[in-house]
Design a protein around this ligand. Sequence first.
Ligand code: UD2
Length: 320
Amino acid sequence: MDSPAIRDRTVLVTGGAGFIGSHLVDALTPYNDVRVLDDFSTGERARLPEDVTVIDGDVRDPIALQRAARGVDVIFHHAAIVSVTQSVDRPRQSNETNLGAGLLVLEQARQEDARVVVASSAAIYGHPDQLPVSETASANPTSPYGVQKLALDRYSQLYAELYDLPTVSLRYFNVYGPRQRGPYSGVIATFLEQARAGEPITIDGDGTQTRDFVHVSDVVRANLQAATTDAVGRAYNIGTGTRTSVGDLADTIRDAVGSSSRIVHRESRSGDIEHSVADVSRAERELGFEARVDLESGIHSLATEDEIATVPTEPGASDD
Ligand code: UD2
């Protein structure tokens, strides 16, 4: 069953100037009063629509958070240090942002009696025992980032049980799409950049490792569904259910760009996950979520810079 679209609400998007957060802000803004809390450390102000209220502050700062969250109906919590490498180098620092600030958000939501949609991650599963990975699979994170997201994911479920707070945790698989850039941007953005520049496409290892690549417009729809669902206190895998090898991905991107880039192989990344793909049946059943953008169309739109809309044309249009 599809959920009704969220409208006429006051909402806060933490990390709203970032990659996923800014697409979500675009989708929410036409129908809601939207606030963004971002410190612009990696996010970009130019991405934000004019009629959004911007609170330039750190999500770890309780005063800034309190100001941003006053009177809101829903908090979409996307502020995070998303670099796994950075979490390995500086675990305490990333813990403060990814877990410490996450708890502040949950506490603030209690004060405001607000719903919270938490950005969780497939990183919580580590090396999966079984494919596709379901929400009940064992969680064995292999990085501080994964441990932090797992703890926050569990806290959000616990807050629903203990305090009756409506929370939903969305476990993203490999998200890609427009505006994804920077040193931690992921393999699709990296390969596209290399193919466009005619530089070698760098595959780590033999390229047989697989991932579930999900387009950011689908991730936005999952957030909108999470904002209104009755199935709260739950965690949902958000992916496509299809896996693609990194080698095939390189070919697809080279063809889509029409590039003559060579493909080169480097050492495998240490600790790299071999295979990852989401079992999305719970999200389908309980949220009404289904990914709509297949990888080929998603890459084609990126290669031709023909953006797939994240803004529904009218409330409910994304949930037809
Ligand atoms: C993703 C998430 C990460 C965490 C993790 C959990 C992204 C960007 N990162 O990491 O936040 O949730 O999943 O498991 O979504 N690769 C190449 N060449 C390159 C770059 C990457 O071959 O130039 C390979 C890389 O070795 C890996 C695959 O591509 O096998 C995907 O790498 P990634 O960094 O995009 O994402 P991943 O799955 O390591």
